[in-house]
Design a protein around this ligand. Sequence first.
Ligand SMILES: [Zn+2]
Length: 209
Amino acid sequence: MNLILLGAPGAGKGTQAEVICEHLHIPAVSTGNMIREALKNGTEMGLRAKSFMEEGKLVPDEVVIGIIKERLQQDDCKNGFILDGFPRTIPQAEALDNMGIVIDKVIDIEVPDEKIVERMSGRRVCEACGASYHLLYKKPEKEGVCKCGGTLVQRKDDHPDTVKERLKVYHEQTEPLKAYYEKQGKLSIVTGQEDVADTSRLTLEALKA
Ligand SMILES: [Zn+2]
């Protein structure tokens, strides 16, 4: 089964990708990892990506899509794959379609913006060991201090203003994909739950639908 996972940053796509991976024994392919791999392996598209990155430019869509195509042709994707973090825009989705990559299902993990801001802005990470905490869901024993004694800090990415900005970009550029795949009859919406296990159960149900 060829799948796309959609959802706002912070909606928990990564976790659901792992759940599906384990259940269907297909790889989750995230664009970030793919680009790093292509660079490391020096593939044709990897070298093209490198030339843009060396100039400090964004890697253009056609190169990212080329990298995805290379990745999806590998053996482990024969029985399917989960695309996580791609496509992010309508032109990228159209490019996938034009490449002849058939998507069977698109699962959209829906979490209200307020909830995402609350989740993300409560995150704290340890400067020393990288352990993560949450002010509401996974409190440190001692305020502001990690088990290891390190100081807990808020990453810039988790700051409410940064989260709100990323959500704005998501709503403008990525959310229109829901209508795009709805029209193709491929969209399933999963409502994110308080308990991750409940969300995972709904995701697996959506796969069967
Ligand atoms: Zn620590």
